[in-house]
Design a protein around this ligand. Structure first.
Ligand code: NAD
Length: 779
């Protein structure tokens, strides 16, 4: 007779499948599906199958959206837009509440439908995807209610084109649709081709709650449909998906006024220090990389573990791996379900093999995978060097690399050794160390002693090539609203660079009194050795150095080295800005004379002094927030500087325009490479002494004079420039957006404005990005 110990050892779970009958009946009754346009479903056309990855069987036929379908949907959304935007926030809120209630009523149905279409386990759709989607609609119903108080004078964008991936189909839909509705936008959403079904069920809910027709439109299809939506007559594109497609969309929207947010890929570090609660950290890994089969943009896919505990931790992970259950996603005891599609399975296999070929050892438990369907056993690639393709590429499957580090500094260096910056998870019982690391990692979301925490009230989104923009919370709402219109003001005409004297002319002019560039706190000659003539009202005012690509590169390098500026206290930065204001005021007469000589309004000087005081005042007051998310978790929203910013200044208002952009940027801790007014850069070059005598550390402000658009192009292309502001004409604005696609930097490109009114929170918001830090508390 077996002993109790024998029974405990051999005991296993019995099957506990969730019934799918209601969903299959719905599919039988409803499929094949057309698109949901203007409040009703179109006739199915050009259909393709969406499969159940757990079995390989087709679930339903859906329609491949053509450019005409997209155009029809956009037209319906356009027609519905004025009325929807014109409703009182309270009225819109009622629809969002109704949607949330209906989602709640159909929660089990949606959880099962998502399992069938995506392959993810029912435990996750039931306990995470669907409840979070519901929470998103409730939260944003609240925003609709509060909009006029909290975002006075803001307006919706109009029609939003929204494109989502397959890994959290309903949840990504909620992240897109809830804030867009609350803000008063109408929309056309394209779900991913592998997982369109919950979006179609959601369309039914929109009809059920009586949402005015045309407000939400769903067009199914693949990347071609997505590309058609990007090219269509929408006012904003909100995209979640891969970095490569994000880059294509950045280029495609460059020549348009379309607003853009990009939530892209990641290769997020999961850092375990020796004093971590190792059993908790093991469960953290389960949630980080084996949750949703690792098909998670913010998956902790690079485990960085202190050498001191690496063996112990890996052993514990190995033991835990052996206990994971892979199989029927409808079974409530399943930990990992099916991979979404055979194409994705091939990609995972290829990258894991490449990781092994590059020297890592694959640990995978012995397990029997289901004979049918798309499955991959969870694993670890131990000993993966940073250069290993498995360490660098997003596998988007249930396999993390394991790499060791010796010191906290090395952990940070390894964590940041990626082109992405979506999230990070840090494990240490020493909260001082954990928060110090949280401040240093380049990631939009940081989880301390937890991972993959989400809430509608907290911003989610990336840095670097993980995209720009945030979803959730106040910052997510702001992304669906237009700030009050700023009146544009025509620019002065561009100078004639042919007027540049040849080097011979310069040499013959005797002593070189030409102002220099200002790089790293020093005055330096331009690499070209050339200058150009500054004229005003037909009179020559002097020469300005002709900066080039090389000078921009040097300036970016100098700015990069001045990183300590971002770590100074706001108070210290304020002191420097006060000095700048005082020193400029002391030389006010001199600057006024310069401006008058160039035919500009001399009162710009007093306004610039005032602006320096203004941003000095802000330097220690642009507070972040503590968000109301889950219980027993502190969720911080910290304003972080971008790092190195490129600023191409307006040609008009050569002093005030420059100061209005550079001062808020440095007040927030950024270092700036600025291209001053190209036709009158001499006011900016006169500022060198002001900076030098104001304790501004070298490299915080760098000034390269010359042809704005050539220099802006180099700045836009530069990988080490994290964000760029460009003031100029439509052609230039298009150019910087297109050229920035390489590292997907955030671009603010705008027309010249009246710089007298141009100050305030909008600039501070644009000078910072939000890092969300989650810290749980309680034993
Ligand atoms: P994908 O980029 O291939 O597809 C995403 C969506 O874009 C799909 O709907 C697809 O049809 C559409 N699309 C494809 N080509 C397009 C084009 N040229 N123009 C317009 N639309 C196009 O990504 P995927 O494989 O579906 O999803 C996985 C990726 O999504 C991963 O890189 C993951 O990290 C990322 N992701 C990011 C987040 C986030 O919030 N940052 C969340 C989830 C997923």
């Amino acid at each position: 007779m077996p002993t109790v110990n024998d029974i405990l050892d051999s005991m296993d779970y019995g099957p506990a499948p969730e019934a799918a009958g209601e969903v299959t009946a719905w599919l039988t009754a409803r499929a094949p599906f057309g698109h949901f346009i203007d409040g009703s479903f179109t006739a199915p056309a050009d259909t393709f199958a969406t499969d159940n990855p757990a079995t390989g069987e087709a679930l339903a036929q859906v329609s491949q959206g053509s450019a005409q379908d997209v155009a029809l949907a956009v037209k319906a959304a356009r027609k519905a837009a004025p009325k929807w935007a014109g409703l009182a926030g309270h009225e819109r809120a009622k629809y969002l509440y109704a949607i949330a209630r209906h989602l709640q009523k159909r929660a089990r149905f949606l959880a099962v439908l998502e399992v069938l279409d995506n392959g993810k386990p029912i435990r996750e759709t039931r306990d995470i995807d669907v409840p979070l989607a519901i929470r998103h609609f409730y939260h944003h119903a609240g925003w609709a209610e509060l909009l006029t108080d909290e975002f006075p004078d803001h307006t919706p964008h109009g029609v939003c084109g929204q494109i989502i991936p397959w890994n959290f189909p309903l949840l990504m839909l909620a992240w897109k649709i809830a804030p867009a509705l609350a803000a008063g936008n109408t929309m056309v959403l394209k779900p991913a081709e592998y997982t369109p079904l919950t979006a179609l069920a959601f369309a039914e809910i929109c009809a059920e709650v009586g949402l005015p027709k045309g407000v939400v439109n769903i067009v199914t299809g693949d990347g071609a449909t997505g590309a058609a939506l990007v090219a269509s007559d929408v006012d904003k594109i909100a995209f979640t998906g891969s970095t490569d497609v994000g880059r294509t969309i950045r280029r495609a929207t460059a020549g348009t006024p379309k607003a853009l947010t990009l939530e892209l890929g990641g290769k997020s570090p999961f850092i375990v220090f020796p004093d971590a609660d190792l059993d908790a950290a093991v469960e953290g890994v389960v949630d980080a990389i084996w949750f949703n089969q690792g098909e998670v943009c913010c998956a902790g896919s690079r485990i960085l573990v202190s050498e001191a505990i690496a063996r112990d931790f890996t052993d514990r992970l190995r033991a835990r791996l052996g206990k994971l259950r892979v199989g029927d996603p409808l079974d409530k005891c399943t930990d990992l379900g099916a991979i979404v599609h055979p194409t994705q399975l091939t990609r995972i296999r290829d990258l894991v093999s490449a990781g092994e070929a590059a020297g890592a050892t694959l640990i995978q438990p012995e397990m029997q995978l289901p004979a049918k369907g798309c499955y991959f056993a969870p694993g670890l690639l131990v000993g993966a060097e940073p250069a290993n393709p498995a360490s660098a590429e997003e596998i988007f499957g249930p396999v993390a690399t394991v790499t060791t580090f010796r010191t906290p500094a090395e952990a940070v260096q390894l964590a940041n050794n990626t082109r992405y910056g979506l999230s990070a998870s840090i494990w240490s019982e020493n909260i001082t160390l954990a928060l110090d690391i949280a401040a240093q990692v380049k990631a939009g979301v940081v989880w301390v002693n937890c991972t993959n925490q989400f809430d509608a009230a907290a911003g989610f989104g990336g840095m670097r090539e993980s995209g720009f923009g945030r979803e959730g919370g106040r910052e997510g709402m702001a992304a669906y609203l237009r700030a009050p219109e700023v009146k544009s003001k025509p620019e002065a005409s561009a100078p004639d660079f042919k007027a540049m004297p040849s080097p011979a002319t310069l040499a013959s002019s005797g002593i070189d009194r030409t102002p220099k560039l200002y790089i790293g706190g020093k005055q330096v000659r331009p690499d070209s050795g050339h200058s150009y003539t500054i004229t005003a009202k037909g009179r020559e005012l002097g020469l300005a150095p002709l900066g080039s690509r090389k000078d921009i590169r040097n300036a970016v390098e100098a700015a990069h080295k001045a990183g300590a500026w971002g770590k100074q206290t706001g108070h210290n930065r304020a002191q420097v800005l006060y000095y700048i204001a005082e020193n400029l005021a002391a030389r006010q007469g001199e600057f006024e004379a310069r401006l008058k000589e160039a035919g500009h309004d001399a009162s710009e000087v007093a306004a610039t002094v005032a602006r320096a005081f203004y941003y000095a005042a802000w330097a220690d007051k642009f507070d972040g927030a503590v968000k109301s998310t889950q219980s027993a978790k502190i969720t911080l929203a910290m304003h972080e500087p971008w790092g190195v910013m490129g600023v191409a200044c307006p040609d008009a208002s050569p002093l005030l325009g420059f100061a209005s952009l550079v001062l808020p940027a440095i007040a927030m801790g950024n270092r700036v490479v600025a291209v001053p007014a190209q036709s009158m850069p001499l006011l900016a070059t006169d500022l060198y002494q002001v900076f030098d005598t104001s304790d501004l550390p070298g490299g915080v402000v760098n000034i390269v004079t010359g042809p704005r658009d050539d220099l802006a192009k180099t700045l836009a292309q530069h990988d080490d420039v994290a964000a760029m502001w460009y003031c100029g004409d439509a052609q230039g604005r298009e150019m910087v957006k297109g050229e920035s696609a390489g590292n997907l930097k955030a671009i603010w490109a705008f027309e010249n404005r009246d710089w007298r009114d141009a100050q305030g929170r909008e600039l501070l918001n644009r000078a910072t990005q939000i890092k969300t830090i989650w810290v749980p508390y309680g034993e």
